[in-house]
Design a protein around this ligand. Structure first.
Ligand SMILES: [Zn+2]
Length: 248
């Protein structure tokens, strides 16, 4: 089984990307991906646009061909009441499994006051927080998250892109130091991922693509580095099932 913990849907006005439901399903069929955790491509920063893409993701979670789970992505600068209402709707009603902060896209330092509110919401709703790391330094430098990680040791934190190619040492350092920190190393080169495995073992790393054209590239990295099937299964789906409580 293979589960992709970082997929997108919709139209992104920050990174100028887009993907629709059928394109994602077709890519998963082509590469034998069993399912994915899908988050919005960043819409225009309005509550209504945010709800609209969350609703689309919710519809996708009912798809029968592949397994899909939702991840909420809400601008942390929305008024707290609006933020809380949409976060609770996503987790409690739409049964989403996590919440995302994209520092560069949301213009949010991940340990700032508004970001810490997101951590509080994740703590209350008992879901992992995912934070984009890599492009968008200094906000997206993994070390920017250290303060929040220490303030919320009971909130599971997944570092998206594992710091990416430039900052994966910092991400690996945090994942080694803090029990509640995990990595999804999409876009990290194979030597960076090897270093992650050497330092962390196989229990804190999760397969993810971020982009359908990157699906086979990410698979190739793990197939090159990990020869034991049990270890490979942890990265390809078992860690994701455990960390996000996925009903597979
Ligand atoms: Zn992404």
């Amino acid at each position: 089984m293979i589960i992709d913990i970082h997929a997108h849907l919709g139209e992104d006005v920050v990174f100028d990307e887009s993907l629709n439901e059928q394109e994602l399903i077709n890519a998963y069929k082509e590469h034998h991906i069993d399912g994915g955790i899908v988050q919005p491509y960043l819409p225009r920063p309005y509550v209504s646009d945010t709800m609209e893409i969350h609703n689309r993701i919710y519809q996708l979670t009912k798809n029968k061909e592949k397994k899909f789970w939702g991840m909420a992505s809400i601008c942390p600068h929305f008024r707290p009441g609006d933020y809380d209402k949409e976060a609770k709707r996503c987790i409690n009603e739409l049964r989403f499994v996590g919440i995302k902060i994209t520092p560069i896209g949301h213009a949010t330092h991940p340990s700032s006051k508004d970001a810490l509110h997101v951590w509080e919401v994740c703590q209350e709703l008992k879901v992992p927080i995912m934070i984009h790391t890599g492009a968008g330094v200094p906000f997206s430098d993994p070390i920017s998250i250290a303060k929040a990680i220490e303030l919320f040791p009971d909130v599971t934190c997944v570092l998206a892109h594992g710091g990416s190619e430039m900052h994966n040492q910092q991400a690996t350092y945090l994942a080694k130091k803090y029990d509640n920190v995990y990595l999804e190393p999409s876009w990290v080169g194979v030597l960076g991922v090897m270093n992650m495995i050497n330092q962390l073992g196989y229990d804190k790393i999760m397969y993810s693509s971020d982009n359908i054209y990157n699906i086979p590239v990410e698979l190739a990295k793990y197939k090159s580095l990990v020869k034991n099937q049990d270890d490979l299964d942890k990265i390809l789906y078992k860690n994701a099932v455990r960390i996000y409580h996925l009903d597979v």
